[in-house]
Write a protein that binds this ligand. Structure first.
Ligand code: PLP
Length: 351
């Protein structure tokens, strides 16, 4: 299991992941350095990248980290600069992507990721030209799939494994990516049934090894699944209004701090229940945390909590429109409270 650092790269969280025995995957030099600082040795880090420069490739190689490249062009650049080395390659099985929206589907015929089966002969020729050893393949079909997409995920795995069998000799690693989802709306979504998933997946993997015994490792790259449900964002209601029949609850949780739309609040049975759009404080019409959510009519100054923000929260945050990022605070199992990232001040943003 390689934890996908991009989901939450807070150094304290990374240390917890490292101590729990998972490996990591990094997608930029900074993520790689953060993983190293958290205690991951280079053999426990996989660098999954696309469209990187020759300088970045040398950086990864110098750190002793195995790379996964996602185009013939990148393999060519790697080979020219770092011949006679080990690489992994990312394939695109061409099956349906499995994500919560088209924007996070990373398989199929309309995505920038991976190499299609038709291009594998040229890929292998390019690798051979530079005496590169393809030690593993990788595929990642999308981010956030739940029970309704398990069959698509399995279809992608089957197709991917057939592609490995038909095109590669003596691969040691098959990486099946991440994407394991968590429910963001308890009214409409159920948790991913990992038993249903593994009951379908494991027989396929066992069967595959029988006919392809050189594979000694299947990797997975969960990102969101690890920290998501452990994180919440706490903010304050700053405005309440009703316009053209719709309630809007304004908060200080802008899209700069919480880019993923993830709000849910369990409605209480009370007469003051309303449908409302819960919004942030950034001047963008997309700055909405949740649409048509059932909530009690709040007052300015009330506390608002956004659940399931442990993944792709801080790691996707920005200073867009000049808003400082909030602090991160960890509350552990013994209720100890630790500041694990200081809040940014306005003075931090003024050069
Ligand atoms: C290559 C790769 N692996 C793993 C992940 C982690 O995905 P998730 O957080 O949905 O598990 C991503 C995220 O997009 C990714 O691009």
């Amino acid at each position: 299991m390689h934890y996908s650092t991009k989901a939450n790269s807070n150094p304290t969280i990374l240390q917890i992941v490292e101590q729990s025995g998972l490996s990591a995957d990094a997608m930029s030099p900074v993520e790689l350095l953060l993983d190293g600082d958290a205690g991951f040795s280079s053999d426990r880090i996989l660098y999954v990248c696309n469209n990187i420069s020759a300088e970045e490739m040398k950086f990864v190689h110098d750190k002793g980290v195995l790379v996964c490249l996602d185009s013939i062009s990148q393999v060519d650049t790697w080979g020219k600069n770092l011949p006679n080395t080990d690489i992994m390659v990312r394939i695109n099985p061409g099956t349906a992507g499995v994500g919560h929206s088209k924007k996070v589907e990373t398989s199929g015929k309309d995505t920038k990721f991976g190499i299609s089966e038709a291009n594998l002969p040229e890929l292998i020729e390019t690798a051979n030209k530079y005496h590169l050893r393809i030690v593993g393949t990788h595929q990642h079909l999308g981010s956030l799939f739940l029970n309704d997409k398990i069959d698509d995920y399995i279809e992608g795995v089957k197709t991917g494994l057939d592609i490995v069998k038909n095109n590669f000799k003596d691969i040691k690693i098959v990486d099946l990516g991440g994407g394991f989802g968590v429910p963001y709306n308890p009214n409409t979504e159920k948790p991913l049934d990992l038993f249903a998933l593994s009951n379908k997946l494991i027989p396929i993997l066992k069967d595959f090894i029988k006919s392809y015994p050189s594979v000694d490792e299947f990797k997975f790259e969960p990102g969101r699944y690890i920290p998501c449900e452990s994180g919440i964002v706490i903010g304050t209601v700053t405005a309440v209004k009703q316009e053209y029949g719709t309630y809007y609850i304004g908060t200080d949780i802008g899209m700069n701090a919480m880019a993923r739309v993830v709000l849910h609040k369990k409605p209480k049975k009370t007469t003051s229940r309303i449908y409302a759009n819960i919004c942030g404080n950034v001047c963008e019409s997309g700055d909405v945390l949740g649409k048509k959510r059932i909530v009690e009519l709040p007052e300015v100054g009330d506390i608002v909590v956004v659940y399931n923000c442990g993944a792709y929260g801080y790691s996707m945050s920005s200073n867009y429109t000049g808003r400082p990022r909030p602090a991160e605070v960890m509350v552990d199992g013994s209720s100890n409270i630790t500041l694990i990232r200081k809040k940014e001040e306005i003075s931090d943003l003024i050069i």
